[in-house]
Design a protein around this ligand. Structure first.
Ligand SMILES: [Zn+2]
Length: 66
């Protein structure tokens, strides 16, 4: 069973992940993983964080949705 929005990225993985652009730390939110320094959101697909700058969306676009 798959629940929408149920992101299963564990904390240890989160600790080793870093923003590919600034190499800074990232934070998990409902939409994905956020780099607050770059204001980018990296998506999570099938529980795998997509740490690619070209796949990231600006944080601003989240607030504008709906
Ligand atoms: Zn960054």
């Amino acid at each position: 069973m798959k629940k929408k929005g149920n992101i299963m990225v564990n904390k240890e993985l989160l600790d080793i992940l870093a923003c590919p652009q600034c190499k800074g730390g990232i934070k998990m939110v409902a939409e994905g993983l956020v780099c607050e320094a770059c204001r980018l959101v990296y998506p999570i697909e099938d529980n795998i964080p997509v740490m690619l700058v070209e796949e990231a969306r600006p944080v601003e676009s989240m607030a504008e949705e709906e």
